[in-house]
Write a protein that binds this ligand. Sequence first.
Ligand code: ARG
Ligand code: ZN
Length: 465
Amino acid sequence: PTSPDAAPSEAAAGTPQTKTKTETKTKTETVAGRPGSSGIGDAYYPAAGNGGYDVGHYDVALAYAGHASGRVDATVTVTATATQALSRFDLDFRGPQVTEVTVDGRTATFTRDGQELVVTPSAAIPEGARFSTVVRYSGRPGPVGNGSLGTYGWMPSRDGAVALGEPDGTPTWLPVNDHPRDKATYAFHVTVPSGLQVVANGTPGPVVKRGATTSYDWTETSPMASYLAMVAIGKFRVRHAKAGKVPVITAVDAKYAASARKLEKTTVAALRWASTKFGPYPFATAGGVVDDPRLDYALETQERPVYAGFAPDGAFVVHELAHQWFGDSVSLHDWKDIWLNEGFATYAEWLWAEHRGVDSAKRVFKRYYAQPAQSPVFTPPPGAPARRDLFGFSVYIRGAMALEALRERIGDRKFFRLVKAWAKRGGTETATTADFVALADKISGRRLDGLFQSWLTKKGKPKKW
Ligand code: ARG
Ligand code: ZN
């Protein structure tokens, strides 16, 4: 199926042919190229991500017209390296009408097929070449979902909009290689009607007011998975603090203004504590956003989690903060391994309770373990929960229980050595459950596959730990 605006760009035929002979030779005659694949190879999301190139940086310029129209005029520049000679390649995009695509400054033809934006450059791209794709779109982005994963993607709020992408919602507003296997840095330049503010991932740049509009800059300098890209537009109570050397920037929608101080305080305290448990905080800045769409979930958007529709308690803040190490820095190779994110973040909540002396991980475990085998605590096993259960209860709880079982088996000293060593896997590379099991084996000097099988993949209530 092809969307209405999918007609190949007519302009391509009229591309000026002003290249010199030598340039033409190196660019066109030597390269044949073949299409990059339309998916990156994730079993749960076969159309997510694309093959044939690796993105280094996204430069995202958005002009947001205001809440009434919800209109966005976007210019997104994707700088990538070809990992094969490319005759054409895909980006993932489910947003409004694309008005123009260029590759290295030349008009490219494009079609749309489901979530694929298929781009054919005027000449094939040689393997190893760095190339820049500019995609322009205009219109009103919107959300996706509403099944078991709830609502996500670009979502209107009371006074603006907020974008939350997990697992596959970022293409609602950005043309991306939508998979954690292709992490990249981001720069956001967002222009809004004066009076509105913009918060995004990373470090803020200058705010420039030009009468009726104001521009905000944010840059994410650490590699980031596309689902963690976040922009929040609205009216916020913004606060700046520090946790050690890390700037902590929080922004709270007016409706939740009363919780602004508490969010900052908890984030700072949790960050200091988490750094002693997991190792150095992996990013340049930290913080959080409380915004008003009533989604009743939070997302660990890199450097600045978003709490959507509620003021978070301490455990929630600790959960999203722990994700900065586990999920954001150490990234999933496959969505089926989601327990690596959610099990760790949930276990961090139990550790926080232990730290504060109000409970212990062992006791929380025991309480859950007392539940019957058919309970959602245990079903489905979190190891490969199926796409609809990605954020199911067992992924969080039984995933965290697996870590407590592991801790009781190998002892505190080795367990926390393992946790820190795992956090160090962060960066551009992704990780799998098998990688974690191998590291646990290595650090403990044991064979733990039985324990992991029992907790992650076997049906019913695990017996062995
Ligand atoms: N990773 C989020 C958390 O911290 C949950 C995201 C849920 N996403 C969704 N589309 N429902 O728990
Ligand atoms: Zn989580």
